[in-house]
Design a protein around this ligand. Structure first.
Ligand code: CUA
Length: 313
């Protein structure tokens, strides 16, 4: 079964991945056996009982109780096994242990924002400890999204105006990818986050010093990193191509026509405003869909992004 999992499924790295995979493989193998058995029998019967001569007639058969009970009871047993097994897994997955570390996840078109118990915020990067249950409390700021980490075998819808939750316990430190698994608009396929699985110790260190590594960077370097890490590039290119939002290339200092018909010069204030209250000054030709970064970027980070954009001629 393990080899089958390696072939069929992504790497597994959570405490209930093995059971999820075992059930998945059981359903697959049973289905395969039934498919082959039924198909072979059908072909065999079609040949064996074919019409051989003009006056071949089929005898009248009303029923066969033994056969009918057999083909009802066997599938019933198989379905009940799958139900019981699945229900057991469902109970495990819906009830997070009391000692779980809670992280808030907020889905926005098109990024993931995470709030930790220390007040820390990260965007498009989910940091979790290994060997400790983690409970995600998930919601959406706009449309339906879905929180999906294949390596943990967890998937949960992110719903506007409502909290959903899911929990997992990673086994090994390492990395994984969080996908959005609900079609949510034109940049749905760019709505990814890196999952960084730390050892317990490293996780505590990250919570304390997570942003401190940025202290050594120049504003331009920090800005470049932020633009990559904060999900900006899902909608804004740096090479002049147009995605869901205007390109960053050559943006600074340019005159820009807005949807209300007015024109502004893209300066420090315009960029700052566009980060904090994105939909108050929308460039002509684009939809007012950018999520706000108020509360998730501090002044130093906004300044750094502005400095970086100035360098993109
Ligand atoms: Cu968010 Cu697809």
């Amino acid at each position: 079964m393990n080899r089958l999992s390696d072939f069929m499924l992504p790497p597994a790295n959570s405490t209930f991945a093995a059971e999820t995979d075992a059930l998945f493989n059981f359903i697959n193998v049973v289905s395969l056996i039934l498919l082959i058995g039924i198909t072979v029998t059908m072909i065999y019967f079609a040949i064996k009982y074919r019409r051989k001569s003009e006056d071949d007639t089929t005898p009248l058969i009303t029923h066969n109780s033994k056969l009918e009970i057999t083909w009802s009871v066997i599938p019933l047993i198989l379905v009940m096994i799958v139900f019981g097994w699945g229900y057991n897994g469902y109970l495990t997955k819906t009830n997070a242990p009391d000692n779980a570390y809670e992280i808030r996840a907020i889905a926005k078109s098109w990024l993931w924002e995470f709030h930790y118990q220390t007040g820390h915020v990260s965007v498009n990067e989910l940091h979790v400890p290994a060997n400790r249950p983690v409970k995600m409390i998930i919601s959406s700021d706009d449309v339906l999204h879905s929180f999906y980490i294949p390596e943990f075998r967890v998937k949960m819808d992110a719903v506007p105006n409502r909290y959903t939750s899911v929990w997992f316990e990673a086994i090994e430190p390492g990395e994984a990818i969080l996908y959005c698994a609900e079609y949510c608009g034109s940049a749905h396929s760019n709505m990814l986050a890196d999952v960084v699985i730390h050892s317990q110790e490293d996780f505590e260190t990250w919570l304390e010093t997570g942003d401190a590594i940025d202290d050594d960077l120049s504003p331009v370097e920090l800005g470049e990193q932020l633009v990559q890490r904060q999900g900006c590039l899902a909608c804004h290119s740096t090479d002049g191509s147009t995605l869901q939002g205007p390109t960053f290339q050559g943006i600074f200092g340019r005159d820009r026509l807005l949807t209300d018909g007015s024109t502004v010069t893209v300066d420090e204030n315009y960029i700052r405003q566009s980060i904090i209250e994105p939909n108050t000054q929308v460039a002509e030709g684009f939809a007012p869909i950018m999520p706000t970064y108020a509360g998730s970027l501090n002044d130093r980070q906004i300044d750094a992004i502005i400095e970086y954009l100035k360098t993109l001629d």
